[in-house]
Design a binder for this molecule. Structure first.
Ligand SMILES: [Zn+2]
Length: 91
């Protein structure tokens, strides 16, 4: 039986289907059995789905910071005269 450490070590290969069918089946069996790893898997799948739906704009190497900065600018500007202005990263 695949254990959690092995599962997480090999998870990206599993996600990308870069393992042989027997190993892949063992990984699937572990997800079915192990609640912690199932939650991890579901969280990753949700993240990938968001990317595919275009809800998060991928931007080389700083995906999360770019999205957070964009959101902070849109929602956190309370001086009132300029609702939104592109920063240096967007220029
Ligand atoms: Zn596990």
């Amino acid at each position: 039986m695949t254990d959690c450490v092995v599962f997480l070590e090999r998870y990206s290969d599993y996600r990308d289907c870069r393992m042989n069918p027997a190993d892949h089946a063992a990984m699937r069996a572990h997800v079915a059995d192990c609640e912690d790893c199932r939650h991890h898997d579901e969280a990753v799948v949700r993240g990938v789905d968001l990317l595919r739906q275009g809800e998060i704009e991928p931007s080389a190497g700083e995906l999360d910071m770019a999205a957070l900065r964009a959101r902070a600018r849109e929602g956190g500007d309370d001086n009132g005269d300029e609702p939104w202005r592109p920063g240096p990263a967007a220029a």
